[in-house]
Design a protein around this ligand. Sequence first.
Ligand code: SAH
Length: 364
Amino acid sequence: MSPLETLLREMIAGNGPLSLETYMTVALNHPAHGYYVSKMPLGRSGDFITAPEVSQMFGELIGLWSAAVWRAMGEPRPVRLIELGPGRGTLMADALRAAEIVPEFRSALAIHLVESNEILRQCQHRALTDTGLAIRWHAAAGEVPDGPAIIVANEFFDCLPVRQFVRTAGGWHERLVGLDADGRLSFGLAPGPVPGMNMHGEPGQVFEAGLAAVHMMSGIASRICRQGGALLVLDYGYDAPQFGATVQAVRRHRFADPLRDPGEADLTAHVNFGALMRAARAAGAAVHGLVPQGAWLVRLGIYERAAKLREKASACQKAAIDSALRRLAGEEGFPAESMGRLFKVLAVTAPGLPVPPGFETAAK
Ligand code: SAH
C-alpha cells in the first residue's frame, strides 16, 4: 500500500468520506507523497508521454505562434512567457530555440514556469540552462508578476481535480471516497441529494464539475484582459455539455484503478472546454477555438517543418519524424492513438487582438 493510501484511510476513518475533488487534490498534491510533487511522471520510463516528448516540432511551432502573438500585441518589452506545468522543459526549450529566428521577441522574454514538482523543476532547469535567459519558478499562476503575458498550458488543465455527481431517483448525490467493510478505499454517494441541483438526468448518469479549472481560467482571463496577452490551452476534453465520468488513473502507460495506491498513478479528468470558454468570456476575454490539435498544427505548418527536418535526417530519423507527424497531427486512420484528434486547442486573448495563428476560421 502506498504511504498516501495509509494516510487517506486514516483521514477517512477519523473524519468521514472525502469528496472526489479532495481525494484527487491529496493524491496529486500532498506536500510529501503527492503524485505531482514527488514522482517523475513523464517519458518512456514514467507513466505517460506528451506531445512535446513525441517531437520537437510541437514546441517549435508553439514558439513561433508566441512570437506572432507578441507582434500582434504591439511588441511589449518585457513580455512574460509563462508555462503552466512545463513537465521536463522540452516544450519551452524547443519554443525558445525556434524563437531565435525572431531575435527581438526572444530578447524581450522573461520566462516564468509554474511547477509544483521538485524533480521536474530540476529537469526544467537542465533543459533550459543553455538558453541564457533568466527563468523564474512559481508554485502557482497567481504568483507570476504583473505585465503582458503569453501563457502556454499543454496537458495542464486535465491535472486539476473535479467533483462528480450521480443521478439517483432522489436527485443528484455527490460521489465520495470512503472505506468499505474491509477498510479499503471505495466509492460511495453522499446520503442526501445536493440541494438546488435539479437539472434533468437519467438515474445512474454522472455529471462532472471541474471548479478548480474554471477558477484558474477566470483568474488568467482577467489578468490577460487587464494587462494584455494570450493563453494557449492544449488538452484532451470536450466542448458540448456531456454526462459521464472521465476521471482516469494512468500508471506505466496503462489504465489503473484510481483508488489503488494514490500518489503512485497519474489521476486526470477530461477538460470541460465549454466551461472554460464560458469562464473566459465572463471575464471579458476573447475566445478562439476549439480547433482539433491536428488541424491546428497543420495550419501552423507542421508538414513544412517536417519536410525541412527530413532533408538532413537518416532513414531511421525520417521514420521517427513520420511517426511523430501521424501521432500529433494525423486525424484519419489513427482514431485511437492520434493526439491530433483527441486533443483540442483553445486560445484566450485580450479583447481587440487579432485572431491568433491557427484559429482563423474558428473564431467564435
Ligand atoms: N506540459 C508538460 C507536462 C504535462 S504533465 C508536457 O506537455 O510534457 C502536467 C504538468 O503539470 C507537470 O509538470 C506537473 O508537475 C504539473 N502540475 C500538475 N498539477 C500542478 C499544480 N497544481 N500546480 C503546478 N503544477 C502542476
